[in-house]
Design a protein around this ligand. Structure first.
Ligand SMILES: C=C1C[C@]23C[C@@]1(O)CC[C@H]2[C@@]12CC[C@H](O)[C@@](C)(C(=O)O1)[C@H]2[C@@H]3C(=O)O
Ligand SMILES: O=C(O)CCC(=O)C(=O)O
Ligand SMILES: [Fe+2]
Length: 333
């Protein structure tokens, strides 16, 4: 990542540091071996759209191996990383997020997890760069996918909808449009210059997909927006996963689950490395409330659309936009 000079800091969003609510006491923690897990997942998705998962079955060594490969990759000379970019949307990116002018104190690698979708020129370069990196990604993503299927099946049980694979089948599908992202947030270069403000690594947004599964190193920075409109810091935990509801799941539950707004602030001393699997449906899939989740009298809150239509619209939006607005029946936003 190109080194920032002091005036260059002004290109980034620098919100005043406010005192966020500590989440230590409040964040729902789901133990996948707990017989109550299915009900607790539903409660967490209704209340926060976000929860932490422990006893997840993903070996810690998969996480640490991939983290080490990511650190190696992000330590390469800038020109070597730029060979794997610019992102379109897959590939290496630095500072720019998406195609519509959003920036952050971040560099990242965005990968497609579906080998069926034609291999990309950037990714061919990435593949050549290191077999070890690629195999660490594959081993990690496979294990995380399995855990995501399990969570979605517990969710269906908790919602009392059948078949229990009604959600997980979308991620299991060969044509599932899922992706994987490695983010690196270098420490803020000149914390004095911030003068009590925060340096935004990843601006506030919701994730468009069904579910996102995040793991980070032990550097904090992630915040979620609570129902009362306050931001809460998520204490880091490198052994656990943080899952969040995406826009598509909000629609499939007819708004019962909320796609949670989240953001990341850069740390003043330490690098943050995060790895996120975004589980999405096939492009041709119709996204609509599951019939059993629409009460007799209650109508669907959303117009019908395919995942492909949603993605096209999302890629025309800015990060902080309310993307579901176009697809609501009563366009209040
Ligand atoms: C500004 C943008 C980046 C993004 C595509 C978008 O136009 C709006 C959604 C953004 C987001 C957020 C979650 C994921 O990190 C991501 C890969 C996604 O699917 O939607 C990013 C997109 C991106 O960085 O390409
Ligand atoms: O890096 C993180 O911790 C979160 C990043 C994120 O929200 C995203 O990549 O969509
Ligand atoms: Fe996100």
């Amino acid at each position: 990542m190109v080194v920032l000079s002091q005036p260059a800091l002004d290109h980034f969003s620098l919100p005043k540091a406010c005192k966020p609510t500590s989440l230590l006491c409040g964040i729902p923690v789901i133990d996948l071996a707990d017989p109550e897990a299915k009900n607790l997942i539903v409660k967490a998705c209704e209340e926060y759209g976000f929860f932490k998962v422990v006893n997840h079955g993903v070996p810690l060594e998969f996480m640490t191996r991939l983290e080490a490969e990511a650190v190696k990759f992000f330590s390469l000379p800038q020109s070597a990383k730029d060979n794997v970019g610019p992102p379109d949307p897959f590939g290496y990116g630095s500072k720019r997020i998406g195609p519509n002018g959003d920036v952050g104190w971040i560099e990242y690698l965005l990968l497609n997890t579906n080998s069926q979708i034609s291999s990309h020129k950037h990714l061919a370069i990435f593949q050549e760069y290191s077999q070890n990196f690629r195999s660490a990604v594959d081993e990690y993503v496979l294990a995380v996918k399995k855990m995501a299927y399990q969570v979605l099946e517990l969710m269906a049980d908790g919602l009392r909808i059948e078949p229990r694979n009604v959600l997980s089948r979308l991620l299991k599908d060969d044509k599932s449009d899922s992706c994987f992202r490695l983010n690196h947030y270098p420490p803020c270069p000149d914390s004095q210059a911030l003068n009590g403000r925060n340096l935004v690594g990843f601006g506030e947004h919701t994730d468009p997909q069904i579910i996102s599964v995040l793991r980070s190193n032990n550097t904090s920075g992630l915040q979620i927006l609570l129902k009362d409109g306050t931001w809460a810091s998520v204490p880091s935990d490198h052994t656990s996963f943080f899952l969040n509801v995406g826009d598509a799941l909000q629609v499939m539950t007819n708004g019962r689950f909320k796609s949670v707004k989240h953001r990341v602030f850069a740390d003043t001393n330490k690098s943050r490395i995060s790895m996120i699997y975004f589980g999405g449906p096939p492009l041709s899939e119709k996204i609509a409330p599951l019939p059993k989740l629409v009460e007799k009298e209650e109508e669907s809150l959303y117009k019908e659309f395919t995942w492909c239509e949603y993605k096209k619209s999302a890629y025309k939006s800015r990060l902080a936009d309310y993307r579901l607005g176009h697809f609501e029946k009563t366009a209040a936003h």
